[in-house]
Design a protein around this ligand. Structure first.
Ligand code: C2E
Ligand code: MG
Ligand code: MG
Length: 618
């Protein structure tokens, strides 16, 4: 074809492919020129050049360019042989990423782009990578042409020629804002409480360590406040978790409103908050903050249609010279908070070293109690109750803890701890179960007179499902309701009276009696007692103790008995130790008695023996 055209008189160029003498297929560029004499084509020249290598080069360049073009990552190539570092290539992705047209960037100096970086360090990293002909990568906050900001992951790498000299640098860039966002979200979630948005324990511990270091360097004061809501459980139990959650959020907002921006507030879970006050002038300042917090939390919390009131107990610990463990500081604030609870709540307490011994004993007790319940270190004692003629008319079950090292631990020591920690639920269930089983055995043996009384904690009484589990228990043990009595405290009835009355009525329907323990020590007033379906009151030992020696205590006993008789309520006198007390109470009309004068609390086997002896005398 080309030859024909050449023969007709016009020069031609073409590329052809054929095997050379060694049999290799090669590409050749041919230039065909006609030889013209007297306007006649006499012949033609052919200049043939082997262009195989050159074509391969072109092809790979084309491929390279196209693949860079089609890459999702932005690519920019800089010629570093020239001092002004011109940009010699950018792909479409780059224009998209930055929002500049490629012709605006091409041939411009790379220095101009680097000069736009806000961060000196970042610019320096890039410059020194170029100077040292090193690859590097970094994430920088970059601006688009429209001013918007994105997280740009940049990888720079040198390009060398055959002799190893760096001629170019490629910069590959990627918008990683989404990934970065995700990382930040994860980091946020790991350090914050989802419900309130406050920091969590991890964040607080982190800040605490940091702030302790600063406080020690500056010899300034630092305080940790451990804040625990009082009686938060009943809110959760009676109004539900959703309301409980909203109360916690409301508390968090009120706390935030009274602290400084440099303070760190965290939620430790449940109803516990911890506040870190770095850089304060004195202990007094921490106490002032505690006062402000108590005041703020005491304001009404509007939650749904409810207006709720809560209080808190606060423990304060101060950074001392010898103390640099963040955790120890939190622990001490926790202990001081316990002390504040004991002080009657809605107050604060500052940690001191003597607290340490008292309270760490408490903390140990809490842990050991867990084992006690599990390992069967608990058992029951029974104390008989008698009527005016000294005949047995009932029993009270009293729990005992036989500690493997400490021996007998009195219930007055561990019951309050169990109540604080919630372990009382587990413990109380065990007591009720055992007492009903024992009573059923006594019934079998014909030794049961009247009822077996079991002490109940407020937490047990108000717990949903309390009645249900009691019914199950009675079915399992076969003990009829009229052989069971529950001793409750006035506190149970003062709170949430309507709900309490409902439970008392349900108990009555099951023929289970209820009595008010330690009557006279609380807010006891007969005016509210008359509306309550309870069968009996137990006059507290403290009045019985002095009934023969103190006119005042005698008057209290007499008063209780007179009023009770008028209302048809039975009275049991607790802690009768002498014949005189017994006689005097009888003259006031008391019908039931319990105390060392008749019998001390005893184990089940002893009780069986005692009953056999005393019932025979009957
Ligand atoms: P409480 O229910 O008022 O029990 C009466 C306490 O007085 C018992 O002490 C008993 O041993 C003691 N006592 C009886 N007669 C006399 C006496 O004549 N003189 C003197 N000085 N004391 C006498 P205990 O067993 O140490 O129990 C103390 C408290 O621990 C109980 O007071 C009760 O509030 C609580 N408790 C005992 N067992 C349980 C239980 O199973 N559950 C709950 N929630 N609390 C329990
Ligand atoms: Mg009792
Ligand atoms: Mg009592």
């Amino acid at each position: 074809m080309a030859i024909n055209k050449t023969i007709r008189g016009s020069a031609q160029g073409c590329e052809i492919e054929f095997k050379n003498v060694t049999g290799q297929l090669r590409q050749y560029e041919c230039t065909l020129v006609p030889i013209v004499t007297n306007n006649e084509v006499q012949g033609l020249y052919a200049v043939v050049k082997d262009v195989t290598e050159r074509n391969i080069g072109y092809e790979s360049q084309r491929l390279l360019k196209e693949s860079l073009e089609s890459s999702d990552d932005a690519v920019l190539v800089v010629d570093v042989r020239k001092s002004n570092l011109p940009v010699v290539f950018v792909n479409t992705a780059f224009s998209k990423l930055i929002g500049e047209r490629s012709n605006e960037v091409l041939h411009a100096s790379f220095n101009n782009l680097v000069g736009l970086l806000e961060d000196e360090d970042e610019a320096q990293t890039i410059k020194s990578a170029l100077a040292d002909a090193r690859a590097t990568s970094l994430t920088i906050r970059s601006h688009r042409k429209d001013g918007s900001i994105f997280w740009n992951q940049v990888s720079l790498s040198p390009v060398r020629d055959e002799s190893g000299v760096v001629t170019h640098f490629t910069a590959i860039m990627k918008d990683i804002s989404d990934k970065r966002e995700q990382e930040l979200t994860l980091a946020y979630q790991a350090t914050h409480d989802a419900l309130t948005g406050l920091g969590n324990r991890a964040l607080l511990e982190d800040r605490l360590e940091h702030d302790i270091a600063i406080a020690q360097r500056n010899a300034s004061h630092l305080a940790v406040l451990f804040i625990d809501l009082d009686e938060f459980k009943p809110i959760n139990d009676t109004l539900g978790h959703r309301i409980g959650d909203e109360v916690l959020v409301s508390v968090a907002r009120k706390l935030e409103a009274v602290i400084r921006p440099t303070d760190t507030l965290a939620r430790f879970g449940g109803d516990e908050f911890v506040l870190l006050l770095p850089n304060i002038q004195s202990r007094h300042e921490a106490q002032e903050v505690a006062d402000r917090i108590l005041e703020a939390i005491g304001q009404p919390h509007h939650v749904g249609s409810h207006e709720l009131y809560v209080t808190a107990s606060i423990g304060i610990s101060m950074l001392g010279e010898d103390l640099d463990f963040a955790n120890k500081l939190i622990q001490q604030a926790d202990m001081a908070m316990y002390k504040a609870k004991q002080q009657g709540r809605d107050t604060y307490e500052v940690f001191s070293n003597d607290l340490d011994t008292v309270l760490s004993k408490r903390v140990t007790l809490r842990n050991e109690l867990q084992e006690a319940i599990r390992d069967g270190q608990l058992y029951l004692n029974y104390q008989p109750q008698v009527d005016q003629n000294g005949r047995v008319c009932g029993l009270e079950a009293l729990v005992r803890w036989n500690h493997p090292q400490k021996g007998l631990v009195p219930p007055n020591e561990f019951i309050p701890v169990a109540e604080e920690t919630g372990q009382i639920i587990h413990l109380g269930r065990w007591v009720a179960n055992k007492a009903c089983k024992d009573a059923a055995v006594l019934l079998e043996l014909g030794l049961l007179r009247g009822r077996v009384a079991v002490n109940l904690s407020p937490l047990q009484f108000h717990r949903p499902g309390f009645l249900g589990s009691l019914k199950v228990l009675m079915e399992q043990t076969g003990l009829p309701g009229h052989h069971l009595e529950l001793e409750i405290t006035e506190g149970i009835l003062m709170r949430n009276t309507e709900a309490a009355i409902e439970i008392l009525e349900d108990l009555r329907a099951l023929e289970i009696a209820t009595s008010i323990d330690d009557f006279g020590t609380g807010f006891s007033s007969f005016s509210y007692l008359k509306d309550l379906p309870v069968e009996a009151v137990k006059i507290d030992r403290s009045f019985v103790d002095n009934v023969t020696t103190s006119q005042k205590d005698a008057a209290v006993c007499q008063g209780v008995l007179t009023m009770a008789r008028a209302m048809g309520t039975r009275v049991i006198a607790e802690g009768v130790e002498t014949r005189e007390q017994f006689e005097q109470l009888k003259t006031y009309g008391c019908q039931a008695f319990q105390g060392y004068y008749f019998a001390k609390p005893m184990g089940f086997d002893d009780l069986v023996g005692w009953l056999r002896l005393n019932l025979v005398v009957d």
